[in-house]
Write a protein of this length. Structure first.
Length: 255
């Protein structure tokens, strides 16, 4: 992990050249990146994978991202060595829990969360989490909290946005000094081999391009969080750009 010196980006047409120059820093109070709900609501009704790079200052209680809707919500919460991902649809709660998710502090790590719907209406969704390319030991459906395929497909965020940082209607937020880089949404349950390729021994890759066991075919949204200026974060895959709210800042500390 290192700090990268600023330099001018150069685009050559087609897929833009990949730059790894900036990350976003959050103050742990009310900083947010807010992204419209269309892409998340639609794609998270099916199989999905969310990936990102995080750098956290400590292992205190913190919520990294999520969304609250009309009775439905999702969020990723971490505390100590425990990672939770909750996903509620139509009052049916899906809950992933890992008590041994030992995220490092003050250095970047790669996170991936996957969801695979059941094959028939009454079958439960299976959630998994990965830390630096390796599947965490966890339980999908903690305390009997499961979500059926039928209810999974009704996920409704209402008028709410998908939030990074402070998550509205859930009440959680990041810690002061948390950094994030490269946030992506895929409309498929990525394989362990694909996630390992995304981790790439700690060096982010351009998710717009196929690399090794990773295929960009199911990439739906890709926020590199590397603009380095302004208050808009571009969706490099689609058209669902996000916006800074309450003053997140840019940093040259990157994976």
């Amino acid at each position: 992990m290192n700090n990268i010196i600023k330099r001018r980006r150069r685009f050559t047409g087609g897929i833009p050249s990949y730059s790894n120059l900036y990350s976003v820093s959050f103050d742990g109070t009310n900083d947010q990146v807010k992204i419209g709900n269309d892409i998340f609501q639609n794609k998270m009704r099916g199989n999905f994978t969310i990936t990102t790079w995080l750098n956290i200052p400590s292992t205190g209680a913190q919520t990294w991202f999520g969304a609250g809707g009309t009775g439905d919500f999702c969020y990723a919460h971490y505390s100590g060595t425990a990672l939770q991902f909750q996903f509620q649809c139509n009052s049916d709660l899906g809950w992933y829990y890992s008590s041994g998710f030992s995220a490092p502090t003050s250095t970047f790590f790669h996170l991936a969360i996957t969801a695979e719907k059941g094959e028939s209406a009454g079958d439960n969704t299976v959630f998994k989490a990965y830390l630096n390319g390796s599947e965490a030991t966890g339980t999908s459906g903690l305390h009997g909290a499961n979500i059926t395929k039928a209810n999974h497909e009704t996920f409704d965020m209402g008028e709410n946005t998908f939030d990074i940082g402070k998550v509205e209607n859930v009440g959680g937020r990041m810690l002061n000094g948390t950094l994030m880089h490269d946030f992506s949404l895929h409309s498929e349950t990525l394989s362990s081999a694909a996630i390992l390729a995304l981790y790439n021994s700690g060096v982010p890759i351009n998710q717009l391009e196929t690399s090794g066991n990773y295929s960009h075919t199911d990439l739906e949204g890709y926020w590199k969080l590397d603009e380095g200026e302004g208050t808009v974060v571009d969706d490099s895959k689609g058209s669902q750009s996000g916006n800074f709210v309450n003053g997140p800042t840019w940093t040259t500390t990157v994976p």
